[in-house]
Design a protein. Sequence first.
Length: 618
Amino acid sequence: MNELRSQWKVSETLRTVFSTSDLLVAEALVRRAHENGASWQPSDIEVTALLLLAKATRLEHVALPLKADELEGQLARDLWSDDDGLLAGAPNVNEIINVFVSKTEWSEALCQTLDIGVDVPTSGQSLVVATEDGTAQFVYLRRLAYAEDQVALALANSIASSSSVFADRGLSNEVLTEQLPKSAPALKISEAVSQAVRNLATRRISVLTGGPGTGKTFTVAAILGALHLASVESEQILKVARCAPTSKAAVRMGEEIERAFTQLPTSENFGITFDSRSGSVQRLLKMHQNSSTANRELDVDLLIVDEVSMLDLGLLEQLLGAVQPHTHVLLVGDPNQLISVRVGAILRDIVELAENAGPTSTIVTELTIAHRFGAAINELAVAINAGDIAAVKSAFDTHSENLSLVATADSLNSRVLDWAKELVAAGREGDGVRGIATLRKLSVLCGTRLGTGSVAWWTKKIQMALVADGLLSPDQRIPVGAPVMVTKNELRAAFSDGDVLSNGDVGLAMATENGDEVVFGPANRPRIRRSSEIEHFELGWSLTIHKSQGSDYDEVIVSLPTKKSSFVSRELLYTAVTRAKEKVTVIGSLDTIEEAIKIRANRIGGLKLRLAKKVGSN
């Protein structure tokens, strides 16, 4: 162990490329090898290999690739690089691969080699090397290999065999299809909607996907309405749980479902009943803070998981492990949005595997017609998602009333300040309804937290202007009229999940007869806190694009950094412009946008290959 630390101390290259947390992981792996009887001390290349695996995991990849071209590309992308590209002193990729695949004392002590189609045991050596036809593909920490394998196994089982659970209860595809027009008269029963109903009625797991505004949540609400009506007629109770990676996203899904259900006949004895812990995944599974383990089994008939693009591999594995054999799991989301800030890119993998009648096509339904916003924003979003800069330029040129591209923020100052002043006026008058509505009118979304055009830059710019006009007090901890963004989930057992504040929630500071308060949406069920109760927050005059995911606004101003940044990707830009319903203004240039759409957010992992192998073996 001391030798490993010594190698770290003498190598400036290692200290530049890796973090001390990577070193701690590598040391733990060496310690585990010694516990398994190995007497070896790692060579320089073995130390580098372990550090690369540790860094890949820290960057939320599921595994380290062991194909030479893929590993070479990943070194240049993020494992041995900065914004300017590959750093000096990169290791030979074949030597790195050989560390994990050669039969040595250390690899025998640390690595178990398994074909990627074979089930991964829960225990064994610390690392799992996944092979296909004898060729190494990936190396994983065992916990991640196991999680990926469990998700692939559950999906493969759903693909391989149909489920009659709903039909046995009289809730067949035919019955639900008949009830659908009654539950949602405004819903167009397209082939995609019919397929979504059919998949829900006949599979254990199904996926509903589509871009923003294509009606995913509305379709889910309509299907729930049909289930409710059918359950009332057949005099039975259907237990449903709904969740999302964040409480914020779960609240928004709940609002849509509640609106749909207000139009349906009610029954005290029969129909749908929602699990009382519906909300965030962690709440639903009774997961303790900073824990990754479920503390509850889910005995429900239907589990709906929204915003799955934000869901990490470990949470999905825990959800699928918590449900019962009779539960149908419906996964909902947009695979082109930002991927999870944690491990994996699950939804993208599942949807990509459905293309061209691929293995998952029997469980995936895609909604393609955008309803929430007009042709202009949809055209821009499609162009960004395709990485087509010519089409991006055409969208801006053709739809100048709805889409704008400006070089600097100067022309936007008056519009942003007018919006900020409207917030201050609502806050001073204690008008929470007006305040919440104003927060939804406009949002400045930034690609970075620091630097020109960042969250910090916009916050300073807006606050200085308001203070200069005497509209904002610089001395108040939370100034009246300021938007307030929560930065840490609120822990309040006395509140239902819909009332608890979550990381990313934005409210407005108000002066009321009860003192200074902050009001958060939704407008029909506002959540109010005394300003002194808000512990973890920042003023939300602007937001990072990540924080905006799951929200929508009438108008969005997208502020891109002036310098090249690997953090600004195609997915980031797509997510930003699709937060708008009516108007998008991008601060930047076509060159900036072109650089951004060249960068794809990626997560290394073997889910697609593992799932394809399992489906093929069934």
